[in-house]
Each structure stands twice: as structure tokens, then as C-alpha cells.
Design a protein around this ligand. Structure first.
Ligand code: GLU
Length: 311
């Protein structure tokens, strides 16, 4: 067996090597600019964290710097809804890659207001609508969960980002109203949008998000040992992440990285090695499909160096 396929016991040298290679690579992409506040991020920033199943965290670079989690939060709202409502969610949202941009309207009309998957915006709006119906406070429930799993009581929304997004939220509003016309949104659309924009505005670090995603590597078990999801449900979320978690580049991400992952336009990506560890990487420069350039490169290198992959 090649030495690179021995179990890694200390991730520090791996992370140091990744950070050095990323620093030596020119071309980091551009920060998202359709939410004006995100455009201010410095594409030179880079951080990465690995959390083991017991909560031990290794980090490099800006791994403790909070950033805008954006669509990474869609994984957590999905997990919360499935934990409370079993499979009922799947009547209103599918599990197939969309082949369209994350905020596209066209497919929704052909498919009668049922979004392709929970990670495109339309699908995430359905998930947040269901979480709001189940809890009366979708974004607060998400924040409490993230605080508990990360152990960071200061983790919070950035109200300025939520306001910036709300001020430029016509497309998300259109998606929500359109689905409501098909009966696939249960609550008032303005309330849903408010919850959704707050959800997206979560500020969290690589360490926070790697720890918070730990239940996906622990087959559904939370940090305190209680059960959030069945083993089967945890597998299902990982599967949807693998096939739909990185916008229109999920095939390329699976090819390069070989792990379930979910990216956000803030430049973060979480990834899961089931039964072993979770990762979060952040660098705000995005490629044309919306994934962090340095983030994908770092995860690609991680699986290459460690041999830790689902394949
Ligand atoms: N808040 C963003 C939106 O709805 C999330 C985008 C993303 O990270 O994919 O447009």
C-alpha cells in the first residue's frame, strides 16, 4: 500500500503544504458582486480547517476568520427539516442536479414549481419555508444549531449582509412567489425571504463550519452524542451534496475532490469524509460557476495528499 493511503493522524503538515501551494498559485478568481457587501472581500484571504469526529480541529491561514457562509447554510437547514419531518420535504423538492444556474427560474415552470434539489435557491427556499412552518423561527433555529455544534456562542448573522441581499433580492423574491403560485410555499413570501436572507448572512469561520458539519461524518450523530439524523438520512444528505452541492460544477468537483461538498458565494466550501472528518475551506475569489478557486484547489490537494475520499 502506498504511504499516502495510510490513515493520517496529524493533519498539520498536510494543511501547511496546501497553504504553501495555494499561496504560490496566482489567479484566485473574483469575489461575488451581486450582493454588494460580498464584493468587498479580499481574494487573497485563505483559510482551511479539518475537524475530526471527536471535535479536534486543525487549521491553517485564516481558519478562525468569520466569513459569509451563504449557501453552505443550506446543508444545515436541510438536515434540520429532515430531522423534524422525515421525508415529507421530498414531496416539494427533488434530488437531481439542475444543470442550470443556482438562481434560475426557467426549469421551475416546466416542472410545476418543484425545484430540482434543495441546494439551488428555489429548493433552499422550500426547505426554509418548511423549517419556518415547523419552528416559527427558521433562522434562529439554524443559528442555535450552528452555535451548539461549533461550540461558538458568538456565531451570528451579519445583518448588513442580510439587508444588502434583501435590497438586491428580486430574483429570490421571484422564485418564492412563483413557487407560491403552485402551492409549494406554505407561509407568507415576505416572511420567508426575511428568514432566507438572514440564514444566508450567517458569519462563521472554517473552524465553526467544519465542526458544525461533523454530524455528517458521524453518520447523523451530533457533537453531544445525541442523534440528529438516522444513518440513512446522513448518507442521503451527503449524496445530495456530492451530486448537487457545488452549483453547475458538481461533476467537476466530484472528479477533482471526490467528496460530498457544499459551496457558497462567500467563498466557503464544506466537505465530508464520512466516518473520518469534515473540512471547511475559505477564499473569496470565485470561478465563473461560483465556487472558490483556491478552495476547490485546496480540497483537491487534500484528497490527493491524504487519500481520504469516498472513492
Ligand atoms: N444568498 C445567496 C442567494 O440566495 C446565496 C447564494 C449562494 O451562496 O449560492 O443568492
Amino acid at each position: 500500500m502506498s504511504p499516502s493511503f495510510q490513515p493520517v493522524t496529524d493533519f498539520r503538515p498536510v494543511l501547511d503544504r496546501i497553504a504553501a501551494e495555494v499561496a504560490a498559485t496566482p489567479g484566485r478568481g473574483r469575489p461575488a458582486d451581486y450582493i454588494p457587501l460580498l464584493a468587498e472581500a479580499d481574494p487573497g484571504r485563505f483559510g482551511m480547517a479539518v475537524a475530526e469526529l471527536d471535535g479536534t480541529v486543525y487549521g491553517v491561514g485564516d481558519w478562525q476568520q468569520p466569513f459569509s457562509a451563504q449557501s453552505i447554510t443550506k446543508v444545515f437547514t436541510l438536515a434540520l427539516v429532515l430531522s423534524m419531518d422525515g421525508g415529507a420535504l421530498w414531496e416539494g423538492v427533488g434530488r437531481e442536479p439542475s444543470g442550470n444556474p443556482f438562481n434560475s427560474l426557467v426549469q421551475l415552470e416546466y416542472e410545476n414549481g418543484i425545484p430540482r434539489n434543495p441546494f439551488i435557491n428555489a429548493g433552499a427556499l422550500v426547505v426554509t419555508d418548511r423549517l419556518q412552518a415547523l419552528t416559527g423561527d427558521a433562522s434562529g433555529t439554524l443559528r442555535d444549531f450552528l452555535r451548539a455544534e461549533s461550540g461558538n456562542p458568538d456565531l451570528d448573522f451579519d445583518e448588513r449582509v442580510a439587508a444588502s441581499e434583501s435590497a438586491h433580492g428580486d430574483r429570490n423574491a421571484a422564485l418564492a412567489h412563483f413557487m407560491a403560485s403552485y402551492g409549494n410555499i406554505t407561509g407568507p413570501v415576505p416572511d420567508l425571504l426575511d428568514q432566507y436572507f438572514r440564514q444566508c448572512s450567517v458569519e462563521a469561520s472554517c473552524a465553526d463550519l467544519a465542526l458544525a458539519a461533523g454530524f455528517l461524518a458521524r453518520h447523523g450523530i451530533r457533537a453531544d452524542g445525541s442523534t440528529l439524523l438516522t444513518r440513512s438520512q446522513a448518507k442521503q444528505i451527503n449524496a445530495v451534496m456530492l451530486t448537487c452541492g457545488t452549483y453547475d460544477a458538481a461533476g467537476d468537483f466530484a472528479y477533482r475532490v471526490g467528496l460530498p461538498g457544499k459551496s457558497g458565494v462567500g467563498g466557503g466550501i464544506i466537505a465530508v469524509v464520512p466516518g473520518r472528518c469534515t473540512l471547511c475551506v475559505w477564499s473569496p475569489g470565485l470561478d465563473r460557476r461560483g465556487n472558490s478557486v483556491a478552495g476547490v484547489a485546496a480540497l483537491d490537494l487534500f484528497t490527493t495528499l491524504t487519500g481520504l475520499s469516498v472513492f
